[in-house]
Design a protein around this ligand. Structure first.
Ligand code: CP
Ligand code: NVA
Length: 323
């Protein structure tokens, strides 16, 4: 089936204009119209990068990293460059948030120097504190609670591969972490059905589930939880997994390998999804743990499209918030 790609509309332009000056702490900050408008803007930027080459001329983004990164660092840096702006990488040892100086003082300094701040950190409360203190937009580039830029790239990738997002069945198998929280927020807005399978005790946050359920009637979204990966994957359009051990949980890695052994996405599990289902992973992947080579390297894997789409959705976010 050819993907359904709607033309740009007046409504999309109005929705992205409303994002100017705002933060992106989680996908809950967006309305359904704003999320769809960002995906549409990302589609246009991907199709015609040259058309947006001066969108952020003279603007600078500070990038605070308290954890490692490949995709996030490169896509934000390249994204700012392609929009005519500039990005500054601040390494974990450089700022030492809350230790060398307070989060609020970091905000009060940076807002005098740059037009936007991106942060990858541990606690969501650091993102919130920074956003409350700073007068310039703050973008969450991963906290322990959420990974909204990843969620946007994931829904753009699903739209490219599957067309309509409303009614899609997305199965997530693994840890109830930051990545599934953002997938869940996004599902609530676009009207997808998210089926989550985790081991007992590793479910997504109940606060996230309640938020999704609170919007389900309006958008047609659904969220279901199970401990049986086969049940979640049955007839899914998308099968998604992530690492069993997120950054900051390294001490638990051995214990988690034992708990999550039955939650590997392998050929037998993937075969329970629809025959045209796609495989997704935010990366980095731990091949042989949460996913086998046979699945991640298969024709139906779209993991590198997801990685590339980080660039396009973040350009849409940067140009909308920082213009
Ligand atoms: N998916 C993702 O955020 O990758 P990095 O940790 O490499 O930035
Ligand atoms: N859940 C993972 C995502 C990495 C992009 C982590 O937080 O480490």
């Amino acid at each position: 089936m050819a993907p359904v790609v709607p033309p740009p509309s007046h409504d999309h332009a109005t929705a992205t204009r409303a994002l100017k000056g705002r933060d992106l702490r989680t996908l809950r900050d967006l309305s359904r119209g704003e999320l769809l408008a960002l995906l549409e803007r990302a589609r246009l930027m991907k199709a015609d990068p040259a058309g947006f080459a001066a969108a952020l001329t003279g603007r600078t983004l500070a990038m605070i990293f308290e954890k490692p990164s490949l995709r996030t660092r490169v896509t934000f840096d390249v994204g700012m460059y392609q929009l005519g702006g500039h990005a500054i990488y601040l390494s974990p040892s450089e700022i030492s948030m809350g230790k060398r100086e307070s989060t609020s003082d970091v905000a009060k300094n940076l807002e005098r120097m740059v037009q936007g701040i991106m942060i990858r950190t541990f606690s969501q409360s650091i993102v919130d504190e920074l956003a409350e203190a700073a007068t310039v937009p703050v973008i969450n580039a991963l906290s322990d609670f959420a990974h909204p830029c990843q969620g946007l790239a994931d829904y753009l990738t699903m739209r490219e591969a599957k067309g309509e997002l409303a009614g899609l069945k997305v199965a997530y198998v693994g840890d109830g972490n930051n990545v599934v929280h953002s997938l869940a927020h996004g599902a609530a807005l676009v009207g997808a059905h998210l089926a989550v399978a985790t081991p007992p005790g590793y479910e997504p946050s109940s606060e996230v589930i309640s938020w999704v359920l609170g919007r389900a009637a309006q958008t047609g979204a659904a969220i279901t939880l199970t401990h049986d990966p086969r049940e979640a994957v049955e007839d899914a359009d998308v099968v998604y997994t992530d690492t069993w051990t997120s950054m900051g949980q390294e001490a638990e890695a051995d214990a988690r390998r034992k708990v999550f052994g039955a939650y590997q996405v392998n050929d037998a599990l993937f075969a329970r999804a629809r025959s045209d289902a796609i495989f997704m992973h935010c990366l980095p992947a731990h091949r042989g743990e949460e996913v086998t080579d046979s699945v991640i390297d298969s024709r139906r894997s779209v993991v590198f499209d997801q990685a590339e789409n980080r660039l396009h959705v973040q350009k849409a976010v940067l140009a909308s918030l920082m213009a």
